[in-house]
Design a protein. Structure first.
Length: 191
């Protein structure tokens, strides 16, 4: 049976995708894990039209804000082009691309080749159903209501819905802010 630790963080030197209402939480946790492991910064690139601002201090539970670089690009294509160049350079541990449109097969393949060449990792945050066949993995991330939790719950359901390695799985996970890591929890029936 495949363990969570054998899938997260996802395979290095590749690009991956996340979709669903909790895709950003997945990206934050992924960024924190990769940044701590490699000691490098994380670049978050998004389309400039998106008026919602990212506050690096909001990442503090997951990632040292000084390790986060936030950039805006004029268009979808510019986000992909910027990410490709940074992935190829190998100067950052992870490039997160926040996109509103699908990634074509050619663009997805270019991102994969750039990640392999630079030894960096890429993560595309996409709307549901807009993934690329070139991605190594695609994760669907959804929040789960936890009736036992008094305060805000961080319980999530993360499922691999595409995997070039062949294993499709799902896990219920919870972020532990003290240890800055993801903990796998038992399924709903056993909690």
């Amino acid at each position: 049976m495949a363990t969570f630790e054998s899938h997260f963080p996802p395979m290095p030197s590749r690009t991956h995708e996340a979709c669903g209402p909790s895709a950003h939480v997945f990206a934050y946790a992924f960024a924190g894990q990769v940044s701590r492991a490699k000691g490098n910064s994380v670049l978050w690139v998004r389309e400039a039209w998106n008026s919602v601002q990212l506050n690096p201090l909001g990442f503090e539970t997951y990632l040292d804000p000084q390790q986060l670089l936030v950039a805006q690009a004029p268009s979808h294509i510019d986000v992909l082009a910027s990410a490709e160049e940074v992935l190829r350079s190998g100067r950052v541990a992870l490039v997160v691309m926040e996109l509103s449109q699908s990634v074509g097969l050619t663009e997805g393949r270019r991102l994969q080749l750039a990640a392999q060449q630079g030894g960096s990792m890429g993560l595309c945050i996409l709307p549901e159903g807009m993934g690329s066949n070139a991605a190594q993995t695609r994760w669907r991330c959804t929040p789960v209501f936890d009736p036992q939790e008094q305060a805000d719950s961080t319980l999530q359901k993360w499922e691999i819905i595409k995997n070039k390695s062949g294993t499709l799985r799902e896990w219920y996970v919870k972020w532990d802010a003290q240890t800055r890591r993801i903990n796998v929890v038992s399924t709903t029936a056993q909690r």
